[in-house]
Design a binder for this molecule. Sequence first.
Ligand SMILES: Cc1cc2nc3c(=O)[nH]c(=O)nc-3n(C[C@H](O)[C@H](O)[C@H](O)COP(=O)(O)OP(=O)(O)OC[C@H]3O[C@@H](n4cnc5c(N)ncnc54)[C@H](O)[C@@H]3O)c2cc1C
Ligand SMILES: C[S@@+](CC[C@H](N)C(=O)[O-])C[C@H]1O[C@@H](n2cnc3c(N)ncnc32)[C@H](O)[C@@H]1O
Length: 670
Amino acid sequence: MKRDNLPWRAVQPATLYWNESGVPVSDTFDDVYYSQENGLEESRHVFLKGNDLPQRWHNHPRRHFCIGELGFGTGLNFLLTWQAWRELPESRPDLHYFSIEKHPLTHADLASALTAWPALALLAKPLLDAYPGLLAGQHRVLLDDGRVRLDLWWEDAAETLRNLADRQQQLVDAWYLDGFAPSHNATMWTAPLLQAAAALSRPGASLATFTVAGQVRRNLIDAGFQVEKVAGYGRKRECLRGRLEKLQTPAANSHISPWDIPARTSDRPQNVLVVGGGLAGCHAAAALARRGVAVTLLEQGALATAGSGNDQGILYTRLSRKHSALVDFALQSFQFASTFYREMLQAGTLIAHLEGDLCGSFQQSDNATDMATLGEALVGLEELAQVLDASRASDILGINQPSAGYWYPRSGWLRPGAVCRNLVTSSNIHVMEHCGEVTLCADGEQWQAVAGGHILAQATCAIAATGTGAKAMSQLQWLPLQTIRGQITRLPATHTFNGLRTALCHDGYIAPARQGKHSIGATFDISGNDPTPCVGDHRENLARLADAIPVWREALESLDPATLEGRVGFRCASPDYLPVVGPAPDVSRFLDDFAPLRKNARKVVATQGSFLPGLYVSTAHGSRGLTSTPIAAELLASMICSEPLPFSRALCRALAPARFIIRDLACNRM
Ligand SMILES: Cc1cc2nc3c(=O)[nH]c(=O)nc-3n(C[C@H](O)[C@H](O)[C@H](O)COP(=O)(O)OP(=O)(O)OC[C@H]3O[C@@H](n4cnc5c(N)ncnc54)[C@H](O)[C@@H]3O)c2cc1C
Ligand SMILES: C[S@@+](CC[C@H](N)C(=O)[O-])C[C@H]1O[C@@H](n2cnc3c(N)ncnc32)[C@H](O)[C@@H]1O
C-alpha cells in the first residue's frame, strides 16, 4: 500500500466478539473466523487436505514450499500447517507461509483466540512472542531456526497481490483462500484479485477454499484454475479445490518503469561469496546458511573490527508523524531485529549483560507537538513505543533526567562483535579472516575473490558487504556513499552513572555499563579520517551527555578527557539515509536503457533492469546497522534463493542500489 506522506499510524485492527459457542466473529464483516462446529478439523480438511498437504511435501522438488494465504485472522490455518510440517521427517522443504491481512487481531485478541486450541499451545507461544501487533507494513517472522518463514503483510489483499504480480515472479505453490464468505466480503474474491493470485502461482499450484459460490468458481476458472467441488467437513456439504492449468502473465503495471525487475533471473546458487565481516556480511552469511547455501565469508582483517567494532551499540529505530520509506523501513527492520536478537539472548547464543541486553531505550525529545500527535498514533502499539513525560521516564531509566520522549521497550544495546562471531558458527559458513583487500573479478559465470594476486574462492553469486570499502570496489565505485567518522568514549561506571538501567539516547547515547564501562557517544564528523581517538571528541561526548543529564554535569566535568579510553569507527551512509541493499546494476546498460528519463523524468520506460549477474550489495547501514542488517540479509537471501521478498515492491525499490542511477537520470545528473 502506498503510505508515503500519510499520517503515521497503526493499522486498523479487527473488531470482533466471541459468540455463544466461543467462536470469534468479525463485527465489520459479520462472519465467523472459523467454523462453529470444529474449526480445527474443518480448517485441516478444507485447507491442508484441499491442497494435498502434507503429502506434497514428501517429494517436493525445491528447497522451500510456499503457501499464500488471504486472511491471516487468528492464525489457525498457519498453526495447523506448521504443526503438520513439523511432524514430517527432516528431508522436508522449508515452509514459506505468506499471509495478507487487512485487519490484524490485536495481540490480546490473538492470545484469547488461540487459547481455544490446547493442542496448538506449544506453537502458539512462539507465534505470539514474535507477532508484530498493529505495526503497519510487512513483517517477517522466523520460526524453527528459520526453516519456517512466516510473512505477515498487514495490507489490503487486492492491492498487494496486484503489486506483487507486477514483479512477475511465480512464487506460490498452494493457496489458502480464506477471506470471509463472498456474500459478506466480495472484495476478497474479485476477478482481478484472483488473476493476480494466478500470476503469482508456480506451474501446477493448487488452491483450496471453503466457499463454492458460483461467482468465485467462475472467477477462478477465468484466472486459469481448474476447480472441483469436494466433500466438506462434517455437516458442510462441499468445499472447493483447484489447480493452476494455464500460467498467467500479469498485465505490466504501466505506471512505473520496471527497472527493479531483473531482465535475467538466475538459479538458486549452491555457494555464495560474502566479502566483508561486519554486521552486514555476517547477517547475510547466516541468512544464506539457514537456507542450506554454502557461504565463504572473506574479511580483510578480523571479523567486526571496522564499523561493527564498538563495545556497545544501541538498537535504534525512529518515529515520525508521516509515513515514508525511511520510517517504514526503520520500524519494520526494528521489529525484525529486536525479535531476532531477543531470541539470540534467550537461547544463550549471546550472553545476557555481557554481549547485549534488551533493557529498552529512551529517546529524549523537546518536540511537544510531535509527541502529542505520536502519543495518539501509538495507542495499541505500546509494545513498540510509548511517549513518556520526564518523571515517568526517569523512573524507568533509574536516573533523574529532565526530558520527555519516546520509550522503546524492545530496544536496548548489543555488542556488535559478539553478534557477528555468533552468526557465523554454522557449518555452512567458511570464514576466511585476514585475507587482505579482496576484489571481485568476473570470470565467465563465476565471481572470483582475489587478494594478493591469489584466487581465494569462487562462486556464481557474491555479496559485497564491505561498509565504507564499497567505494574501493570497481563495480560499486559509482555509488554515492559518504564516510562519517565517529568516536565513542568509555565512561567509567562510577556510582554517579551506574544507576542507569536502560539505554538513553539524546543527540548521542549512553548504554548501561558493560564490564565497568558505559559507551557514550558518538561524534559525527563528515570530513575526519583520523582513525585514532582524540581528546576533543571525548570532551564533546562528555559535554553532550552533561546537556542531556544536567544532574551528572558536575561529575562529568570533573573527568579528565585525556585519561579516557575510546574508539573511532567509520560509518557508511547514503544521501537518503536508507541502506543500499539489492542487486548491483550494470551501470552503463542502465544509463542507455533509461536515458529517456533525462528528457522526461516522469516517462515510464518499459524496460527491465540489467544487473551484474549474481552480484549483490549490502552497505550504507549508517548509524543503525544493528537494526537494518538482519532484515537486509533476509532480503538478499530471499532474492538469491527466489523466494517471496520480505518487503513491498516500493520498499525494495527504495533500498535498491540502482535507485541512485534512476534518480540521477531523472535530474539529468548522469
Ligand atoms: C562511532 C560509531 C557508533 C555507532 N553506534 C551505533 C549504534 O549505536 N547502533 C547501531 O546500530 N549502529 C551504530 N553504528 C553504525 C554501525 O556500526 C554500522 O552501521 C555497522 O557496523 C555497519 O556494518 P557493515 O557490516 O555494513 O560495515 P563494517 O562493520 O564496517 O564491515 C565492513 C567490513 O568489510 C571489510 N572490508 C571492506 N572492504 C573489504 C575488502 N575489499 N575485502 C575484504 N574485506 C573488506 C571491512 O574490513 C569490514 O570488516 C555506529 C558506528 C560508529 C562509527
Ligand atoms: C475467515 S478470516 C481468516 C481466518 C484465518 N485464516 C484463520 O486461520 O484464523 C478472514 C480474514 O480476512 C481478512 N480480510 C478481509 N478483507 C480483507 C482484505 N481486503 N484484505 C486482506 N484481508 C482481508 C479479515 O480481516 C479476516 O481476518
